[in-house]
Design a protein around this ligand. Structure first.
Ligand SMILES: CC(C)(COP(=O)(O)OP(=O)(O)OC[C@H]1O[C@@H](n2cnc3c(N)ncnc32)[C@H](O)[C@@H]1OP(=O)(O)O)[C@@H](O)C(=O)NCCC(=O)NCCS
Length: 166
């Protein structure tokens, strides 16, 4: 599928909500809240970067969100990647990878020093993400919490997500 990637615009909100709901609906690790997370991040002003992938008809077929995180050692300018969603009928066609690569590049431009995420290590290793035992996010299995250093030293400590994650 040929796609274009652009920042979210006013009017995209409902399509992003529906897409996120559809993408996560059958995922065993989903708590069914991901579409609301995106809405809350937006209304809290924490949606630092929100990109959509559109098809030839300009329908939204993919989305990725980035929001600020805190790190207990005080390292600034780190962000959380996610949720990231691709419509079920178009999954495994490279749209997710295109959104992640563009998102990382845009976050670098915005001055991000690093990015964290929760996800399948086998998938995210290809973008340079790795688990670092020095950087903790309590709760999920440790290996699923990964980070990508863009600039400076690797931070250590505990990570806190934006309130929109609940
Ligand atoms: C995860 C997601 C964003 C990836 O986007 P995508 O466009 O499907 O993925 P890509 O085509 O870029 O990459 C394909 C890789 O994704 C993984 N993958 C994608 N969909 C998968 C699925 N349904 N089951 C298992 N692995 C899957 C595979 O590792 C695959 O690698 P391979 O091609 O070497 O087998 C998308 O599948 C999605 O929306 N999933 C549901 C929501 C979700 O889980 N989001 C991420 C939570 S961390």
């Amino acid at each position: 599928m040929s796609i274009a990637i652009r920042p979210e615009q006013p009017g995209d909100e409902r399509a992003i909500h529906a897409l996120t709901e559809a993408a996560f609906r059958d995922m065993p690790y989903s708590d069914g809240d991901e579409q609301h997370v995106v809405d809350r991040l937006r209304s809290d002003g924490d949606l630092v970067l929100s990109l959509v992938a559109t098809n030839m008809d300009e329908a939204i077929v993919g989305h990725i969100a980035f929001s600020p995180v805190t790190i207990s050692d005080g390292t600034p300018n780190w962000y959380g990647l996610g949720p990231v969603s691709v419509i079920p009928s178009a999954q495994r066609g490279g749209i997710g990878a295109a959104l992640i690569e563009r998102g990382i590049a845009d976050m670098r431009e915005l001055g991000a020093r690093g990015i964290v995420l929760l996800g399948d290590p086998e998938y995210y290793a290809r973008f340079g993400f790795e688990h670092d035992p020095q950087l903790a996010y309590p709760g999920p299995p440790a290996a699923y919490f990964q980070r990508l250093v863009l600039e400076g030293k690797a931070p250590t400590g505990r990570v806190g997500y934006a309130p929109g994650f609940g």
